[in-house]
Design a protein. Structure first.
Length: 329
């Protein structure tokens, strides 16, 4: 009889251990592509700029939950709008982030709407100016300034919802350059505008400096950064090449610094639209972008250890194609 009791206990313990092992298996692995589906609340708002006669349109998306959440600001590229990169806004919001997509007057979609193609090209080139870069940086600062007010106003949709200490900034192209200045890039064209309220940054199509070294320009940036570009990431306006965009990553400090180079991805691969030569779109590009940016935000705005592990192991390769290049330091 005692032997039977012992065997029964042994089987029970073995079963318990087996259950514990199963409970930690891959079925509970970190997956940045899982979307917490639900109704997302969107708000079209306008912010009075600190600059005279300037109003900043923003599109705010709020996740379907009541808890306090980190916020992500996004700065569009030249000729874009607050509705740019909707695939990112929707996924990030569904993952629990409050997203605030800015529109920058003077370098937005007003440059090409209802004008000829020739005139649009001329206006876009002229808008890629130091003056507009400075205005864009001020736009970001103005939005950061108003977040605490929104957070403390009972009638506002964001009342008590924003984790003010966990704010990220992202941008594409001219928006990436805007982000670079805000997080501390030293640029002889623009006064120092570093804003310590930004805790992490994602740069789509980053820009290396036209004058001076990348090490001097980016060496003092001290927050986690994720850079995304492509082997065909060139655009008609500006002096950046696919190669020059790669100069930023080596100049950044190690520790929470990453770079994804998508094989054959062009400048428009990071947008909602598709340029003629990009058709048909490589559908895995957006899949990889959503996964890696989400893991980055989870790791560095929410201190998610599983997200950090995912970024720093071969797991990240599961969302990439063979010739995509991924680096972490």
């Amino acid at each position: 009889m005692p032997n039977l009791i012992y065997r029964w206990k042994l089987r029970w313990v073995t079963g318990l251990l087996t259950y514990s092992a199963l409970s930690s298996c891959t079925c509970f692995a970190y997956d940045p592509l899982i979307s917490n589906a639900g109704k997302i609340q969107t708000q079209y708002l306008e912010i009075v700029s600190s600059q005279a006669d300037r109003v900043i349109p923003v599109l705010v998306s709020i996740p379907n939950r009541k808890s306090v959440a980190p916020a992500i600001l996004f700065s569009h590229g030249l000729g874009g709008s607050r509705e740019a990169a909707s695939y990112l806004r929707e996924h990030w919001t569904a993952r629990g982030y409050i997203t605030i997509f800015l529109q920058h007057p003077g370098s937005d979609s007003s440059l090409w709407l209802n004008v000829s193609r020739l005139q649009a090209g001329r206006q876009l080139r002229n808008a890629a100016s130091r003056e507009n870069l400075e205005l864009r940086v001020t736009d970001v600062t103005d939005v950061l300034d108003i977040l605490p007010k929104w957070n403390s106003t009972p009638a506002h949709p964001l009342f008590g919802r924003i984790d003010i200490e966990r704010v990220g900034l992202s941008g594409h192209s001219f928006g990436a350059r805007t982000t670079q200045i805000v997080i501390g890039q030293k640029d002889w064209l623009v006064p120092d505008k570093k804003d310590s309220r930004i805790k992490a940054a994602v740069l789509f199509s980053p820009s290396s400096p036209r004058l001076g070294s990348a090490e001097t320009a980016f060496g003092s940036i001290d927050i986690p950064c994720l850079l995304l570009t492509g082997t065909r990431d060139v655009v008609a306006i500006g002096s950046q090449t696919a190669e020059s965009r790669l100069a930023v990553f080596p100049a950044l400090q190690p520790g929470g610094t990453y770079q994804l180079v998508l094989h054959k991805a062009t400048h428009s691969a990071f947008t909602d639209g598709v340029a003629g030569r990009d058709s048909p779109r490589n559908l895995n590009h957006h899949r990889a972008i959503k996964a890696i940016t989400t893991a980055f935000w989870d790791a560095h705005l929410q201190d998610n250890a599983r997200a950090k592990g995912w970024l720093n192991t071969n797991e990240v390769r599961n969302v990439l194609e063979e010739k995509d290049d991924w680096q972490a330091k």
